[in-house]
Ligand binder design. Structure first.
Ligand code: FMN
Length: 430
């Protein structure tokens, strides 16, 4: 018997998710402004038959010295990547705090037309005050206020996408261009937005883009449960994945949605080698490139300890229990879990934190990684994964060449794309 199919997205991020990946001698760092680089990544994802590629987005420049990965604006980049590919889904992040719903709905609908129905929207509320200060605000609105705006934003966007019926375009050269009875205003007036509609873009192939969400808080999970079709989750291990997935499925069910309509994909960092030792070497090579004093300073912040004198190639010294340290608890608990499970050296811990941090990390052969991924899916911890290659393009290529065939051999991953929209692909019975 074959089990449920694994869904795979890939989170494209600069030279890769490992903070030191760009420092490799042969890294892609000179190509970050070159659209051909992203087209190549999208083609690689398509060669691996992945569901979609995904771009995060931020609206401020953070640490330029250690690497700032915002370069091309995602939607313009995805328009080009749509033309370089035929099948792979194209998911972009759009912040409900900084855009207006009309602007967002218009661009996303355009992209859905351009790509022939392959677009997804990761709805985020954004996080940082320095982003807000690029948009006329002194600071981020409070968390609850951001989520209230996000919910109204989603409602308005959905209404705008529905403002053109499927059969609205008549295109009768002797008569009407469109049927006025099939195009309508939305006349929205709410706490945050006033929008007449209709949208300037006629109905797109998918009707509306596939909605993705990545919220972790209570309101974030509620928003995901209400609107999301795909969820980018954070789960360090199967237990965390199971708890999160069960929770959002329960919330969706309580809202009258079919929980199976949610595809939950935790982030996954993979180091693949022909032996486990080789995979570990790949990680160690990247970890060795981390600027150590900066990384140790960051670790001091995460742990509330003075780590500046820690011996890099010695095991991590014993750490106090979470309740005894005055630091953000989530991140600290992740550090404790990594130390407990991997018993890493200080350098290896820095590397794990520098690539995905609290996301799942699998190090091994294609066979062992495929088995581990399937174990997650079979235990209810995931419906698939949001791949976070430590180094790009290499680690995506290795995954596509070596892990995808293992998943296929186990009957757990498609062998071809059907001619489908992204929504159809994501909601295929598994
Ligand atoms: C894989 C992943 C990608 C994310 N991408 C973005 C992003 O591009 N921009 C952003 O502002 N937040 C992004 N987030 C943050 C989430 O949207 C969310 O704000 C965060 O998980 C905190 O949860 P909360 O908003 O419910 O408090 C991402 C989160 C995850 C797990």
């Amino acid at each position: 018997m074959t089990g449920r199919q694994v869904h795979l997205n890939v989170f494209l991020f600069g030279c890769g998710h490992h903070g030191a990946a760009w420092r490799r001698p042969d890294s892609s760092v000179e190509r970050l402004g070159d659209i051909a680089y992203y087209e190549q990544l999208a083609r690689t994802a398509e060669r691996g038959l992945l569901d979609a590629v995904f771009f995060a987005d931020g609206h401020s420049v953070r640490d330029v010295e250690t690497g700032s990965w915002w370069f091309l604006e995602p939607m313009t980049a995805l328009a080009a990547m749509a033309r370089a590919t035929e099948h792979v889904g194209l998911v972009t992040t759009v912040s409900s705090t900084f855009h207006t719903p009309f602007h967002a709905a218009r661009m996303l609908a355009s992209l859905d037309h351009i790509s022939g129905g392959r677009v997804g929207w990761n709805l985020v509320t954004s996080m940082f005050d320095d982003e807000a200060r690029n948009h006329g605000m002194a600071a981020m609105p409070a968390h609850a206020e951001r989520y209230a705006r996000a919910a109204e934003f989603a409602e308005v966007a959905l209404a705008l996408w529905d403002s053109w019926d499927e059969d609205a375009l008549v295109l009768d050269r002797g008569g009407a261009y469109a049927n006025p009875a099939r195009v309508r205003r939305i006349d929205h007036e709410g706490a945050h937005f006033r929008v007449d509609g209709p949208l300037t873009v006629p109905r797109s192939p998918q009707g509306r883009p596939v909605l993705f969400q990545a919220g972790a808080s209570e309101p974030g999970r509620d928003l995901a449960a209400q609107y999301a079709e795909g969820i980018y989750a954070v789960a360090y291990d199967k237990d965390a994945g199971r708890a999160y997935r069960a929770d959002v499925r329960r919330r969706a069910g309580a809202l009258g949605r079919d929980p199976d309509a949610l595809t939950v994909m935790p982030g996954l960092v993979t180091y693949v080698g022909s032996t486990e030792a080789e995979a570990r070497r790949r990680k160690a090579e990247l970890d060795a490139l981390l600027p150590t004093s900066q990384s140790l300073a960051q670790l001091s912040m995460f742990t509330g300890q003075d780590c500046s004198g820690w011996e890099l190639d010695a095991p991590v010294p014993p750490l106090p229990p979470a309740r005894e340290v005055a630091v953000p608890q989530g991140r600290y608990e992740t550090v404790l879990r990594i130390v407990e499970r991997e018993k890493p050296t200080v350098r290896s811990l820095l590397g794990t934190l520098a690539a995905g941090g609290g996301h799942a990390t699998m190090i091994g052969t294609p066979e062992s990684i495929a088995d581990e991924m399937i174990a997650w899916v079979d235990s209810g911890a995931a419906d698939g994964f949001n791949l976070m290659p430590p180094s790009l393009p290499d680690d995506l290529e290795v995954f596509v060449e070596h892990v995808v065939p293992e998943l296929q051999r186990r009957g757990r991953f498609r062998r071809d794309y059907d001619d489908e929209t992204l929504r159809e692909r994501l909601s295929q019975p598994t």
